[in-house]
Design a protein around this ligand. Structure first.
Ligand code: ZN
Length: 411
C-alpha cells in the first residue's frame, strides 16, 4: 500500500528555528551573569553606553558619577541619585535584576506566550510577581511598539474576540452554518432559519454593539481585534510590521480611527475583505483591493488578507494554548504581544529580548501595573477610537483581601 503523497510548502520556518542563528542567548547564560553583568546589560539596552546615561530626574545625558557601592549614579546636573531601573516599568523592584532578566528571556522564548503559573513554578515566586512582570513587558510593547504610522502595501481586517461564545465563532462567518455537500436548496433554507433562531437566543444574553455585517446585536463583552499588517513584498516572507487595535464593532468610524492611528493613507495600498466598513476608508488610499471571502481566499492581483489571518491564527493559538479566556480589558495587551512575536519571528531570541527590554526601559514608569497587588487597577480599556471605562475584575487586592469564596487569581 502506498501512502498518499504529502505536498508541503517550504517556508523556511523550520530551517530558521533549527539554525544556530535563531538562538544566541540561553537561560544558563543569563544565570551566569553577576549583578554587575546585569547592570551592564541594562545600560547597553537602555542608554547605549555609560557615556550616554540619561538622568531619571532631569533627563540630562552625561557620564554621571557612578557610585559602585550603592550601584547608583549621582547626576552631574541636578545632584539626585538614580539606579539603572529608575524611571522604568521595573522601578522599585525588590527582586534581583538577574531574576527579572531570566523571566524576560523565558517569556520571550515562549512560542505562544508564557503562562504566569508556569513562571511561578519555575521560580517559586508569588503569582502576583509572575503575573505583573510579563504584564509590564506587554505594557512596554503597547506604549512603545504598537505606535507609529506604517505605509506601503497594507492589509486590514477585524476578528471577533472575547465575549459570549466567541470561541465557536472564530473563523466561521457569523450567521452561517456548515452545510453538507450535496445538500438541497430546502436544506440550506432550513439551516439558515436555524441560524437566525440561534442568533435571536444569543441576542437575549447581550446588549452590545450591532454587528454591521448581519444586523444582529453582539454580546456585551465581544470585541473586534483590528489588525493592520504591512506586507514585506518578499516572496514567502509574509508581513514585516503589524499594528493592532481593539474596537467594539467593525464599523466605518472605528476602522477609520484605526487607519488614522497607524497608516499613512495617501501613500499606501489597502487590502481588505468585502466588508462595507472599509468602502469609504478605501477612497483615501492609492488603491483599495477587496476580496470576497465567500467566493475566494485570494484574488488574481494579490487581493487577500492572508497576513492578517496569520496574525489572527497566532492570537487564537496564544489564547487557546496559553492565556485562556482573555477579557476585553486586557485584549489589546495580549494582541500587541502577538504582533511583537509575529514581527520579530525571524530575529534571534537574544535580539528579541534586547528589543523588548529596550522598550521596557524607555517608556517610563508603569502606568497600568504600578500598585496592582495593592489594589490599584487599570480602570479603562484601550479601545479605538477612544478608551472606554472598564471595571476591575477579580477579588480585591491588598494585604487583607477579606473573605473571598472563590479565591480567583487575578487576570
Ligand atoms: Zn539630573
Amino acid at each position: 500500500m502506498s501512502s498518499p503523497k504529502l505536498i508541503r510548502y517550504r517556508s523556511g520556518t523550520a530551517q530558521w528555528h533549527m539554525s544556530k542563528r535563531a538562538v544566541d542567548r540561553a537561560v544558563p547564560d543569563v544565570l551566569k551573569w553577576s549583578e554587575d553583568d546585569c547592570i551592564e546589560y541594562i545600560i547597553k539596552v537602555r542608554f547605549g553606553s555609560r557615556k550616554t546615561v540619561a538622568c531619571a530626574h532631569c533627563n540630562t545625558i552625561c557620564d554621571h558619577y557612578w557610585r559602585p557601592l550603592e550601584k547608583r549614579w549621582k547626576c552631574k546636573c541636578c545632584g539626585k541619585t538614580f539606579s539603572v531601573t529608575s524611571g522604568t516599568v521595573y522601578a522599585n523592584h525588590r527582586k534581583p535584576l538577574q531574576l527579572i532578566l531570566v523571566t524576560v528571556l523565558m517569556w520571550i522564548n515562549g512560542a505562544a506566550g508564557k503562562p504566569a503559573l508556569e513562571l511561578k513554578r519555575h521560580f517559586n515566586m508569588s503569582y502576583n510577581t509572575c503575573y505583573v512582570w510579563p504584564q509590564k513587558m506587554r505594557e512596554a510593547l503597547v506604549r512603545g511598539f504598537n505606535v507609529g504610522l506604517l505605509s506601503g502595501d497594507m492589509e486590514m481586517d477585524g476578528a471577533h474576540q472575547s465575549g459570549y461564545r466567541a470561541n465557536e465563532k472564530r473563523g466561521v462567518p457569523q450567521g452561517a452554518q456548515r452545510i453538507a455537500s450535496g445538500a438541497s436548496v430546502t436544506d440550506i433554507k432550513s439551516a439558515a432559519r436555524l441560524t437566525q433562531t440561534g442568533n435571536a437566543t444569543a441576542n437575549k444574553k447581550g446588549r452590545g454593539a450591532v454587528n454591521p455585517e448581519f444586523g444582529n446585536r453582539l454580546p456585551k463583552n465581544r470585541r473586534l481585534l483590528l489588525a493592520v499588517c504591512k506586507r514585506s513584498g518578499l516572496k514567502g516572507k509574509g508581513a514585516c510590521n503589524t499594528r493592532v487595535a481593539v474596537g467594539i464593532a467593525e464599523t466605518p468610524p472605528i476602522v477609520e480611527a484605526v487607519a488614522k492611528s497607524f497608516i499613512a493613507k495617501a501613500e499606501s495600498y489597502l487590502n481588505t475583505d468585502s466588508s462595507p466598513a472599509y468602502t469609504s476608508l478605501g477612497k483615501n488610499f492609492k488603491a483599495h483591493r477587496t476580496v470576497e471571502h465567500s467566493k475566494m481566499l485570494s484574488g488574481p492581483n494579490g487581493e487577500n488578507n492572508n497576513q492578517v489571518e496569520e496574525l489572527n491564527g497566532r492570537y487564537d493559538r496564544l489564547e487557546k494554548g496559553t492565556y485562556l479566556n482573555i477579557e476585553p480589558k486586557y485584549l489589546l495587551d495580549y494582541a500587541v504581544e502577538t504582533a511583537f512575536r509575529s514581527d520579530t519571528r525571524r530575529i534571534s531570541n537574544g535580539q528579541q529580548m534586547d528589543l523588548a527590554m529596550h522598550l521596557a526601559m524607555n517608556v517610563g514608569h508603569s502606568i497600568f501595573w504600578r500598585g496592582f497587588t495593592h489594589g490599584t487597577h487599570r480602570d479603562f480599556e484601550l479601545s479605538h477610537p477612544l478608551p472606554m471605562p472598564a471595571r476591575s475584575s477579580g477579588p480585591k487586592k491588598g494585604r487583607k483581601p477579606g473573605a473571598n469564596l472563590f479565591n480567583r487569581l487575578p487576570r
